[in-house]
Design a protein around this ligand. Structure first.
Ligand code: SF4
Length: 325
C-alpha cells in the first residue's frame, strides 16, 4: 500500500456504520460518520460513555467489522479488507490503549514486546530489532537498560510510555489513542500528553484521540469532533468548541468542565452545570427527528419531527442542530 497522497487527507472516513446484534433491531454503535484526518493533524473524539467513540476508533483500526461505509487510506478502501490484507494498513495505523498493562504480555520482557512487533511486521533482523527497541525506549524517555524487565515492574506512566514506544516501532503515520491517559494521575497525564505532542512534531504523526475528558483533547488536538448516539453532532477547533459551542450537547459536556466560559452558564439560567435528562438512549431505538431531542434542554416541536442538517455554522465549524445559530 502506498502512503497518502501529498495534498489529500491521510485518512478519510465516509458514512461509516458499525452495527451489532440482530438485523431487525441492530445496535447502531456508529451510525453514518464522515470526517478526514490530515497528515500530522490531531483530532479529538469526545462524548459520554456509550456514544460510540471507542467503537469508531476500533472500527477504523479494523478491530471490529464495518457494516457499511468507507475508510480510505492511501487511496484504498480499508473497510472490506480481511485480516491478512490489513498488514500494510496496520503498519501505518497503530493503536495506543487506555490500559497498556492489558495489552502487554505479562511473561514477555518489555523490550521483547517491542521487538515482537517488528518481527511480526517482518522488519529487520534480531540485532537491528534490538537496536530499534533501544532507540524507541530513549525516544519515550525510558532508560534502555530497563528493556529486559517485565510489565509489572513499571508504573502506570512508564507502561504507557512502553505502549507508545510499541505503537511507534513500525513508524506509523496515524495513531489511534483510546483514552491513553485516563487511568493515570493528573501529573503523569501531562507528562504523557507532552511526550505525545513532542513525538507528533518530530515524526509528523497524526492522532485520533478518543477521550471523555474535554480538557485533555483541548490540550493536544487541532480539531474536536463531538459524538452522540453514534453520530458526529459538532466539529470545530478547540477554540471554537470551547468558546462558541453551537450544539446543546456540546454545551452540556462543556458545562461539566471547570473554568469554561461563564457566558455559557449564564445562557442556561446561571446554573453551573447543564444537567441532561436521563441517560444516553439505547442505540437500538430509532429516534425520530433530532436524536438528542429526548434529552435536549432546548428541544422544540420541530426537533421531534425533523432531522437537523449537518451544516457549516462558521467557517470550519459544523453542527447538527436546527438552532445552532
Ligand atoms: Fe436540541 Fe433541537 Fe438542536 Fe436537537 S435540533 S440539539 S433537539 S435544539
Amino acid at each position: 500500500m502506498s502512503g497518502p497522497t501529498q495534498n489529500g487527507p491521510l485518512l478519510k472516513v465516509e458514512d461509516l456504520r458499525v452495527y451489532f446484534g440482530k438485523a431487525r433491531a441492530p445496535v447502531r454503535a456508529v451510525d453514518g460518520v464522515s470526517f478526514g484526518i490530515q497528515p500530522g493533524e490531531s483530532i479529538g473524539l469526545v462524548g459520554e460513555s456509550g456514544c460510540g467513540k471507542t467503537t469508531l476508533g476500533r472500527a477504523i483500526m479494523r478491530l471490529l467489522p464495518v457494516h457499511s461505509g468507507r475508510i480510505d487510506f492511501g487511496g484504498q478502501d480499508i473497510a472490506p479488507l480481511r485480516d491478512r490484507e490489513l498488514r500494510a494498513y496496520r503498519k501505518n495505523v497503530q493503536m495506543i490503549f487506555q490500559d497498556p498493562y492489558g495489552s502487554l504480555n505479562a511473561r514477555m520482557s518489555v523490550g521483547g514486546a517491542i521487538e515482537e512487533v517488528l518481527r511480526l511486521h517482518r522488519l529487520g533482523d534480531r540485532t537491528s530489532r534490538r537496536k530499534r527497541a533501544q532507540e524507541l525506549f530513549q525516544a519515550v524517555g525510558l532508560d534502555p537498560s530497563y528493556m529486559d524487565r517485565y510489565p509489572h515492574e513499571f508504573s502506570g506512566g512508564q507502561r504507557q510510555r512502553i505502549g507508545i514506544a510499541r505503537a511507534l516501532a513500525v513508524d506509523p503515520k496515524l495513531i489511534i489513542a483510546d483514552e491513553p491517559v485516563s487511568a493515570l494521575d493528573v501529573s503523569v497525564q501531562v507528562q504523557i500528553l507532552n511526550l505525545m505532542k513532542d513525538l507528533q512534531r518530530e515524526m509528523n504523526l497524526a492522532y485520533l484521540f478518543v477521550a471523555h475528558d474535554l480538557a485533555v483533547v483541548r490540550y493536544v488536538c487541532d480539531r474536536i469532533l463531538v459524538m452522540y448516539l453514534g453520530k458526529i453532532v459538532e466539529s470545530g477547533t478547540p477554540e471554537e468548541i470551547f468558546t462558541q459551542p453551537t450544539h446543546p450537547y456540546t454545551q452540556a459536556l462543556l458545562s461539566a468542565v471547570p473554568d469554561v466560559d461563564k457566558g455559557l452558564k449564564a445562557r442556561h439560567g446561571g446554573s453551573d452545570r447543564i444537567v441532561l435528562k436521563g441517560d444516553v438512549p439505547s442505540p437500538t431505538r430509532k429516534i425520530p427527528g433530532c436524536p438528542f431531542h429526548p434529552r435536549c434542554p432546548m428541544a422544540q416541536d420541530r426537533c421531534r419531527a425533523e432531522v437537523p442538517e449537518w451544516r457549516e455554522i462558521r467557517p470550519g465549524q459544523w453542527s447538527a442542530c436546527h438552532f445552532a445559530e
